[in-house]
Design a protein around this ligand. Sequence first.
Ligand code: P6P
Length: 334
Amino acid sequence: MSKRNQTLGEFIIENQTSFKYTSGELSRLLNSIRLAAKVVNHEVNKAGLVDIIGNAGDTNIQGEDQQKLDVYANDKFIQTLTKRNIVCGIASEEEDDFIAINSQDENHQNKYVVLIDPLDGSSNIDVNVSVGTIFSIYRRVTPIGTPVKIEDFLQKGSAQVAAGYVVYGTSTMLVYTTGDGVNGFTLNPAIGSYYLSHPNMEFPEDGNIYSVNEGNYSDFPIGIKKYIKYCQQDEDERPYTSRYIGSLVSDFHRNMIKGGIYMYPKSTKNPKGKLRLLYECNPMAFIAEQAKGKASDGFTRIMDIQPTALHERVPFICGSKNMVEKAEEFMRNN
Ligand code: P6P
């Protein structure tokens, strides 16, 4: 049973035994993410004060301008995970290919790989709107002690052993699951510790918030268009409220607390959707399902999709179970 105000470190240790792969390695991995998030949080919170916002003058494999904080966050997470010799491989939105972490000692027994979006919603950085980090953790599938291969990263979301996000908002929170529910920890910046502030987080089964970029409406599949019109209809408990921050982590986090649905459908501009399966949709889908919500591409459960490429994109519908199922009904019938 979780105790409010327990620190994240105490919580990880207390729940380590319930984790089926108890080796302490996952705890050390979660602790290293906790540390990196604190360092990134420090920079995010002072972004307006130093010359660290604005473009880093480079673009990532997605063809998106790399904001300096994107690069900083990417470097920090990779550095922390590598230095502590905890994982055998890392994939990042900001890296074209995966990074194989080779052993500092010959019997390199690390068995976890991490996939990460180091700073999601980065276009919001220089307008002072919340951004986030998303991470997904798997056990490798190739033999321990050998260099990781692409198949260690192209696993279905259902094989994740842990997933979480950090939201750098009015307060900084780390929310994660290891398959035994979802718990949220709030950072006390004064002492640099995270405290259990949101034990056993769950999506309300229903909600009245829908999050989608309606600027793309004319481009959406007909089923999505009809669902949006359904949300706007003056009937029953509708019209719903439209809330779209432009930061997946922030919209997801609000919807999980209040009830709601987030959608990033495909469109002519984004024929496969915009969000990346491996380090955005899968971790958020794991958290959503562990919080009694749902996540699909409109037809298929996100965590059942077999990945074929590191940076592949999928349409994404995620949130309160009954809302996602209603949207899927419109997609099925049109
Ligand atoms: P658009 C941020 O780039 C992101 O990946 C998500 O965090 C966010 O929900 C979405 O893209 C915003 O995209 O096209 O609506 O600006």
